[in-house]
Design a protein around this ligand. Structure first.
Ligand code: NAD
Ligand code: MG
Length: 406
């Protein structure tokens, strides 16, 4: 007999690109799931609409004045949703007993504490927030084990790899007969742009991804290919595969979302339209499959599937990510923090697109990479120090350019 129990879901970052795709999937599954909490930073109007449509028990806005506005509007609309304000309530709603599933879709390290709160509470965590895993690494994966949480990847490539691995895969590549992981990359908006022309690209050009519609931070990461670098680190920690066994394959059509090669020469791939609703639906239904209205892949319309080697010279962020992963300890956290600051500066048009990898390389050189990451406090302390250093580095560079001009 079909189970009738409705599973509670908290969405961290419900107003973002992944958060909204999650709600689109859930809108078709109202008998199977109910929303415990929706959270966002400050997008009160979007949150107001989502609360009316999905009647969550809680709505959290980190920004206090946005939360006050939402409280008033929901009260006027006769809604029963309780509004909470502040960062700590992200953690609170991520660990509520009724929230069996937590979608971690906050962007950047800002999502770390709430994602870890869900893990510590032993939830089924649907991980989109790759930055948390990149900075937390082994500490993060140990917490998953220690608290009996279930971690399901949402990043389309990692979700694909998860689907291509044996059901029984327990982090032992050799035992499972795995040769390597082929991590696909679209190549981003500048795949065919000559390196010299990348000097003057604008934030809007960098955010105009040919295949995916995403938040602005990850869009810039795709343009620098740092996103793929972060994903190599993510794949390493999720699947316990050494960096030398993770091969990036540029596949501009974004139909194959990644592949696993086995020692008998077999290669298993996962294919679907480039739409985040597919990995989200997979993880929400796991281990079963949800019945959705997501359109079929039309093989007669796909004229070709092509593959290229990644260009490590034109996209130095790829090299930096492999380097940070090989150095281990705090290096991935240093790279991530510097990247978050550099991307923000680029989006605010304070630095050029091509400055991003140059700044990252300098910051990575500055910090002792062997700093251990044993506790959450270690991670937060290192993240803060790197952010501060990167900000000062950018300001100093800008001032020296101004002095040269004047
Ligand atoms: P987005 O910018 O569209 O949305 C981010 C969400 O996080 C919003 O709801 C925002 O309110 C919330 N948020 C931002 N800063 C916050 C803070 N300081 N505290 C609390 N909440 C905060 O981002 P996105 O594109 O949905 O990406 C979310 C995460 O998923 C990122 O880690 C990204 O790398 C990953 N991801 C996204 C996609 C995609 O297609 N968008 C694909 C794979 C992985
Ligand atoms: Mg991805």
């Amino acid at each position: 007999m079909e189970e009738k129990v409705s599973r509670g879901v908290t969405i961290l970052g419900s107003t973002g690109s992944v958060g909204m795709s999650t709600l689109q999937v859930l809108a078709e599954q109202r008998e199977k799931f109910h929303i415990v909490a929706l959270t966002a930073f400050s997008q009160a109007e979007k949150m107001f609409e989502q609360c009316l449509l999905f009647t969550p028990q809680y709505a959290v806005l980190v920004d206090t004045s946005s939360a006050q506005w939402l409280t008033k509007k929901l009260h006027e609309a006769g809604s029963t949703t309780k509004v909470l304000a502040g960062r700590k309530n992200l953690e609170y709603t991520a660990s509520l007993p009724d929230a069996e599933i937590v979608m971690a879709a906050i962007v950047g390290v800002a999502g770390l504490c709430a994602t870890l709160a869900a893990i510590t509470a032993g939830k089924t965590v649907l991980l989109a927030n790759k930055e948390s895993l990149v900075v937390g690494g082994t500490f993060f994966m140990d917490a998953v084990k220690k608290y009996g949480a279930t971690l399901l990847p949402i990043d389309s490539e990692h979700n694909a790899i998860f689907q291509c691995l044996p059901e029984t895969y327990a982090g032992d590549k050799t035992k499972s007969g795995i040769r390597r992981i082929l991590l696909t990359a679209s190549g981003g908006p500048f795949r065919t742009t000559p390196a010299l022309d990348m000097r003057n690209v604008t934030p809007d050009q960098a955010c105009a991804h040919p295949q995916w519609k995403m938040g602005r931070k990850i869009s810039v990461d795709c343009a620098t290919m740092m996103n793929k670098g972060l994903e190599v680190i993510e794949a390493h920690f999720l699947f316990h595969i050494a960096p030398k066994h993770i091969q990036i394959v540029v596949h501009p059509q974004s139909i194959i979302h990644s592949l696993v090669e086995y020692t008998d020469g077999s290669v298993i791939a996962q294919l679907s339209n480039p739409d985040m609703k597919t990995p989200i639906a997979h993880a929400l239904g796991y281990p079963k499959r949800l019945n959705t209205s997501i359109p079929s892949l039309d093989f007669f319309k796909i004229s070709q599937l092509t593959f290229e080697e990644p260009d490590f010279i034109k996209f130095p962020c790829l090299r930096l990510a492999y380097k940070a992963l090989e150095e281990g300890a705090g290096a991935p956290a240093i790279l991530n923090a510097a990247n978050e600051i550099a991307v923000e500066a680029f989006l605010k048009e304070r630095i050029r697109f091509v400055d991003i990898p140059r700044i990252l390389a300098s910051v990575l050189e500055h910090f002792p990479r062997t700093l251990p990451i044993r506790t959450l406090t270690d991670i937060i302390r290192l993240d803060k120090a790197v952010r501060k250093f990167t900000q000062t580095y950018i300001i100093n560079e800008l001032q020296s350019v101004e002095q040269k001009v004047s």
